[in-house]
Ligand binder design. Structure first.
Ligand code: FAD
Length: 399
């Protein structure tokens, strides 16, 4: 494999780097693990800051850079996308908003949507004029999401929705939802599902926030009572929504794998080890500690190269395949183990919560520890990723 980038990609890098240097706001972070950066920003100031930054990025043409120009993107190649992510990490750029819209909904609509749907929805995803959430999970239908019960019944030009979703990230701020509904209760479970675009401001939609163990209020329960959705908001064929849903899930898993700069996390961990006092020196003086951190660094690099391998499939114009599960599995597991090791290094100081006066590094590691588990569950749990890799990548018999 040749790891050198093409001249075009290097020119793209130069252009983006120059733009970032000229436009990045002063309020900067030194990493990817600031409180509130996972999935949602619950604090209003953070939200407004990120929204303003999003709009600036979009006005420069730096949101949805790989989307076709016809839909407001930049038409960047996959190689340029890799460079784009590298530059964001390098600059410690703040996060933007509408992550689910940008990572999941836009790419899914570009793949499956009608021309009318693409023209109507995609530009407003980019501009963050419309914020999106994902209505898949239900009480009792998480890993086995195809067992979902939320009903959509036809009534003239509309579907009428009744049911409940749960763990819906960002539903409290969302204008629209990609909603999985059951349109044929008599068909086998994967064959009676339809994928709808639902206006969250419709009468009959109720959103109730759920508080996470980090203290964030990112999740929600969403109730649908006789919610009317125009049939033109159906994506793909009626009862064939599972295929569309799986495309979204593949984009989700690949995005989660790429979401964290694991080498950046290893660097933070190194700085922590170099600052924590131990036996008259620092934890870094302990060769056992250095060895553990070196192990994490090797895994982070291996993950990076595996993610690059995914490019081969995408370069052929295919949506992400089941191999994306391996990246998601490894990234979320590594992230968790790094956070746990930071707790070991901090010893009793790990008990201080984020923001506590005596917390080391402002308590970012305690926060991160509490939020790290989420990535091993969101987008399909680690056990489910193991099943997918076993059955669909390795071709092993079902367990
Ligand atoms: C941070 C975060 C954000 C999320 N955001 C959203 C969102 O925006 N929209 C949305 O729809 N959902 C969202 N979810 C929900 C997420 O998709 C589900 O939590 C996940 O799919 C697991 O479902 P469950 O919680 O119902 O657990 P269950 O499916 O009940 O699983 C419970 C346990 O059993 C294990 N298990 C289940 N089935 C199997 C099996 N076949 N083989 C082996 N083990 C199995 C699981 O791995 C898990 O450990 C989010 C979750 C998190 C943590």
């Amino acid at each position: 494999m040749d790891f050198k980038y093409s001249a075009e990609a290097e020119a793209f890098r130069h252009e983006f780097r120059t733009w970032l240097e000229a436009n990045m706001p002063k309020r900067n972070t030194d990493g990817d693990d600031e409180p509130g950066s996972d999935f949602v920003r619950t604090n209003e100031d953070d939200w407004q800051f990120s929204l303003a930054w999003h709009r600036k990025m979009n006005s420069g043409g730096w949101v949805g850079v790989n989307w076709p120009k016809a839909y407001g993107g930049r038409g960047a190649t996959l190689e340029e996308m890799v460079v784009y992510n590298e530059e964001l990490i390098r600059a410690h750029a703040p996060g933007i908003v509408n992550g689910l819209g940008i990572m999941l909904v836009g790419p899914t609509l570009i793949h499956w949507g009608t021309e009318e749907q693409k023209k109507r929805f995609v530009p407003k995803i980019l501009s963050a004029d419309e914020i999106w959430c994902q209505g898949y999970s239900e009480p009792g239908s998480g890993s086995d999401v195809a067992s979902l019960k939320t009903r959509a019944v036809e009534d003239g030009d509309y579907f009428v929705i009744n049911g409940q979703k749960v763990w819906t990230s960002g539903a409290d701020r969302a204008d629209w939802c990609i909603l999985l509904t059951r349109t044929d209760p008599d068909a086998p479970k994967h064959k009676g599902i339809s994928y709808l675009l639902v206006d969250m401001h419709s009468p009959g939609v109720t959103v109730r926030p759920l508080v996470q163990m980090t203290g964030d209020r990112g999740f929600n329960e969403v109730f649908f009572e006789d919610v009317r959705v125009p049939k033109k908001n159906l994506v793909g064929e009626k009862n064939q929504g599972w295929q569309v849903a799986v495309t979204t899930l593949m984009f989700e898993r690949t995005s989660i794998a790429a979401m964290r700069d694991m080498m950046g996390s290893v660097r933070h961990l190194t700085r922590l080890a170099q600052s924590v006092r131990r036996n008259g020196g620092t934890a870094w003086d302990d060769s056992g500690v250095r060895q553990r951190i070196a192990g994490f660094a090797c895994e982070a690099q291996a993950l990076r190269y595996s993610n690059l391998r995914q490019l081969t499939r995408r370069l052929k114009g295919l949506p992400p395949g089941p191999e994306g599960s391996a990246g998601k599995l490894v990234a979320s597991d590594l992230n968790l183990r790094i956070s746990k090791f930071a707790m070991e290094l901090l010893g009793p100081y790990s008990q201080f919560e984020h923001g506590a006066a005596m917390a080391v590094d402002g308590g970012r590691w305690s926060y991160r520890m509490l939020s790290a588990r989420a990535l091993t569950i969101a987008g399909g749990t680690s056990e489910i990723q193991h099943n997918i890799i076993g059955e669909r990548v390795l071709g092993l018999p079902k367990g």
